[in-house]
Design a protein around this ligand. Structure first.
Ligand SMILES: CC(C)[C@H](C(=O)O)[C@@H](O)C(=O)O
Ligand code: SF4
Length: 469
């Protein structure tokens, strides 16, 4: 038999029918999760055509993008647009019989945290959802990818999508991570290496000692942000860490079903002689903590480095890109990164707001206060993460250090609720996108690990977290 990559195994096992000579197939989708922001038109489409949802149990509705995260919240939104979206979401849950995690539900959170928390993400599954960071599920040996609104409608009506296979890339992450270097630093370094479009058209399988050694949270961080390199899918072959992690999920199969599933899951790896369309190796041993200085996730450097030297940049296009980024970011060329003063610190998002992320950031903050000029907040990835952090005493560490302790949601990752920065604000952020205006019009975002955000909050400047270890 022809050797296959893990990606090919997943796609082949979900292919219902080959549709044409261009490589389009009809793909079976196991599950989806929907948010209030990208789903409304899909439901409207279904209503107009008098269609039902084919498999309501394969879907989950969860409010995250527009809801407030203030510590005491109720079921109401703070702005009329958000209220409309959430009202319609509730109506869709009722009319189409799909389970909803509403704002005040104990299971609510950011969709890509909630979904696996519930045990809905299992190895070998194909998961499509109206959000680009659906790639997160690759950490479980599932295939997750983002889709547009009309595709959501097609998926809800038929449980299938028309799909064209991607090219495959193997990213071998070798070596061992140094002190203070995290999964976030690895993926930022990876994106900086191959560029924000370097994996366009590819599904990436991450392999190597670094992946093996990471915990599930770290693996999710990498798969989550793979989309910032342009990848429309990311994978890691499942191992014992995955099985331990999912075992207790409410919706995880139990008993004989679990044993049966395990037999299937153990086949989920790329055959040793499988051929990838591209191979790339990143030796992670020499990595240090990373930060972005610009307006694209690949505009990143090591913390003890400087902003790019414009004078030394000969390529015209590169010159213009750097100039534009420096200008928006209010930075000079060739500036030491650690001389950059911040006004805000944000720990949150589906990249870095799981319990392990909060634990690690709290370790840095313990016994410290944040700088007087910094405003800082933590928005836990889910209400469950929030409660666990409270039980473990982590919330208290954040609060004593001067962070605001918030409710869960996307919040300042994309500033669609009331958590918005003002023009000129500069934020050390554990999020995934530093695009122009992402955290508010004219606001400036530096991406980094949650530990690095904690260190920056204490110092008031971008800082090497290893000083606090
Ligand atoms: C709102 C949604 C379309 C978007 C995405 O797909 O990623 C958002 O979650 C983001 O992170 O920018
Ligand atoms: S936390 Fe950020 S990246 Fe994740 S789904 Fe929400 S807006 Fe998108």
């Amino acid at each position: 038999m022809k050797p296959k990559t893990l990606y090919e195994k997943l796609i082949d096992s979900h292919t219902i029918r080959h549709l044409d000579d261009e490589g389009n197939v009809l793909l079976y989708i196991d599950r989806t999760i929907l948010n209030e922001y990208t789903s409304p038109q899909a439901f409207t489409g279904l209503r107009q055509a008098s269609r039902q949802v084919w498999s309501p149990k394969a879907a989950l509705l969860n409010v995250d993008h527009v809801n407030p995260t203030r510590p005491l919240r109720n079921a109401e939104m703070t702005d009329a647009g958000g209220q409309l979206q959430v009202n319609y979401f509730r109506e869709n849950s009722r009319d189409f019989n799909i389970e909803l995690f509403d704002v005040t539900d104990k299971r609510q959170g950011i969709e890509h945290v909630v979904f696996h928390e519930q045990g809905m993400c299992l190895p070998g599954m194909v998961i499509a959802a109206g959000d680009s960071h659906t790639t997160t599920y690759g950490a479980f040996g599932a295939f997750g990818f983002g889709i547009g609104t009309s595709e959501i409608e097609h998926l809800l009506a038929t449980q299938t999508l028309v799909y064209k296979k991607l090219k495959t890339m193997r990213a071998n992450l070798t070596g061992t991570l140094g002190h203070g270097v995290t999964a976030k630093d690895v993926i930022i370094a990876f994106i900086a290496k191959i560029s924000a479009s370097g994996a366009t058209g590819y599904a990436i399988e991450f392999t190597g000692e670094v992946v093996d050694a990471l915990n599930m949270e770290g693996r999710m961080t990498i798969c989550n942000m793979a989309v910032e390199a342009g990848a429309r899918g990311a994978f890691m072959a499942p191992d014992a860490k995955v099985y331990d992690y999912i075992r207790s999920g409410v919706k995880t199969p139990k008993g004989a079903l679990w044993d049966q599933a395990m037999l299937a899951w153990q086949q989920l790896y790329s055959d040793s002689d499988a051929v990838f369309d591209a191979e790339i190796t990143l030796d992670c041993t020499s990595l240090t903590p990373m930060v972005t200085w610009g307006i694209s996730p690949d505009q990143a450097v090591m913390i003890n480095d400087k902003t790019p030297n414009l004078e030394a940049t000969k390529d015209e296009a590169a010159y213009r890109d750097i100039q534009k980024a420096l200008e928006y970011m209010g930075l000079e060329s060739n500036t030491k990164i650690t001389d950059i003063k911040i006004s805000h610190a944000f720990i949150g998002s589906c990249t870095n707001a799981r319990i392990e992320d909060l634990r690690s950031a709290a370790t840095i903050l313990q016994g410290h206060k944040i700088a007087n000029h910094v405003k800082a907040m933590v928005v836990p990835g889910s209400t469950q993460v929030r409660e666990q952090a409270e039980r473990e005493g982590i919330a208290q560490i954040f609060i004593e250090a001067g962070f605001e302790w918030r409710q869960s949601g996307c919040s300042m990752c994309l500033a669609m609720n009331e958590d918005v920065l003002e023009a000129g604000d500069r934020c050390a952020s554990s999020t995934n996108r530093n695009f122009i205006g992402r955290q508010g019009a004219g606001a400036r975002t530096h991406l980094m690990s949650p530990e690095m955000v904690a260190a920056a909050a204490i110092k008031g400047y971008l800082t090497d977290v290893r000083e606090f270890m």
